[in-house]
Design a protein around this ligand. Structure first.
Ligand SMILES: *Cc1c(COP(=O)(O)O)cnc(C)c1O
Length: 360
């Protein structure tokens, strides 16, 4: 059986070249006579892997020297707790709610302090990004939190909120490395890697150094204290070694592709193929306000649940997998991350056209 076009929201498609290289190195990593999975995280070979991964990521994202790069475990969801534990000095934070992931992060933060929801798009099922140019930011807020690309609803912040000088914390799980970003605008920019970078089990957190201190909430577990991880270069305990190795291979692949400016162009080109089709289709409809559309996650519906299910089943039979929408939204969702080739999107649109003609 050959490989399918996998539109999963995450864990998601990885570059075939990377998987092939991992396969080639599976039994004997570069003459060490062992797999990366079998290697001590304190070995010279592994030290090179994690250091090179960090160096390549810094180069790709142009990360300033006053930011630490941490490779952590526990997924993005664990950061929902770690962030307030490390940053809530005044025990106040402002959250912008643009979907379920921001909402979950907000609920978690409520365990540790006072949380203000300063904007939300819940009133229209998170189908847009609220105007964040002049929000009632709390005077004593320790930080302002956003989920930059909303994996489930398919929206993306095209401009960052005006935080009125407060620290911006952003979850970029589903748009990580999809386009260039200015890291210096963030206090923390972080994400689980299983959407756009690598295998589940690694979360990368890029944190401004002055936010990494011993002044954390009482009771913060050693492992969740950023300083523990930063002081030990992500090697306080055994890190998710193999996952970090795969991330490293993806960073090399991204560099070879030409970096994030090129990825942005490719992603825009791919998304345009699908959105242009949706905009003229008589059967399928995009669910998101045009100006807020994500380049990564594209939800759409026919308006008829039975027809949606038929579409998903027939697409699967045609080698176009994981197009079912999130269980809370219904319809369809095509996730078209960095590693989804343009041909995959073209095949999808051709299939949608055919389906539309047959079911008109
Ligand atoms: C998937 C996802 C999460 C949750 O990630 P886990 O690693 O499963 O905890 C959080 N935020 C966003 C934006 C996501 O897409």
């Amino acid at each position: 059986m050959g490989r399918v076009y996998n539109f999963s929201a995450g864990p998601a498609v990885l570059p075939e070249e990377v998987l092939q290289q991992a396969a080639d190195e599976m039994l004997d990593y570069q003459g060490t006579g062992m797999s990366v999975m079998e290697m001590s995280h304190r070995s010279k070979a592994y030290d090179d892997i994690i250091k090179t991964a960090e160096k390549d990521l810094r180069e790709l994202m142009n990360i300033p020297d006053n930011y630490k790069v941490l490779f952590l475990q526990g997924g993005a969801s664990q950061q929902f707790a770690a962030i307030p534990m490390n940053l809530m000095k005044n025990k106040v934070a402002d959250y912008i709610i643009t979907g379920q992931w921001a909402k979950k992060a907000c609920q978690e933060a409520k365990k540790y302090g006072k949380v203000n929801v300063v904007a939300s798009s819940e009133d229209e099922t998170y189908s847009y990004i609220p105007d964040c140019s002049d929000l009632p930011i709390s005077e004593d807020a320790d930080y302002v939190y956003i989920c930059e690309n909303n994996t489930i609803y398919g929206t993306k912040f095209k401009t960052l909120p005006n935080t009125k000088g407060k620290i911006l914390v952003s979850d970029v799980s589903s748009c990580f490395l999809s386009e260039p970003v200015d890291v210096s605008k963030y206090g923390i920019i972080y994400g689980g890697v299983q959407k756009n970078i690598g295998p589940a089990g690694v979360v990368i957190s890029i944190i401004r150094e002055d936010l990494i201190t011993d002044d954390v909430l009482e009771g913060t577990p050693t492992m969740l204290k950023f300083k523990t991880q930063a002081d030990n270069d992500s090697l306080y305990n055994t890190p998710p070694c193999y996952g970090i190795y795969i991330c490293g291979l993806v960073f090399k692949w991204l560099k070879k592709m030409g970096g994030l400016e090129v990825m942005k162009q490719r992603n825009e080109e791919k998304a345009k193929i699908l959105y242009d089709f949706l905009d003229q289709s008589k059967l399928f409809k995009g669910t998101v306000r045009k100006e807020d559309r994500s380049l990564m996650n594209v939800p759409f519906v026919t308006g008829n649940a039975e027809l949606d299910a038929k579409f998903v089943a027939e697409a699967k039979a045609a080698g176009l997998e994981n197009l079912k929408g999130h269980r809370t939204v219904g319809g369809m969702r095509a996730s078209i991350y960095n590693a989804m080739p343009k041909e995959g999107v073209e095949k999808l649109v051709a299939f949608m056209k055919e389906f539309e003609e047959k079911n008109a």
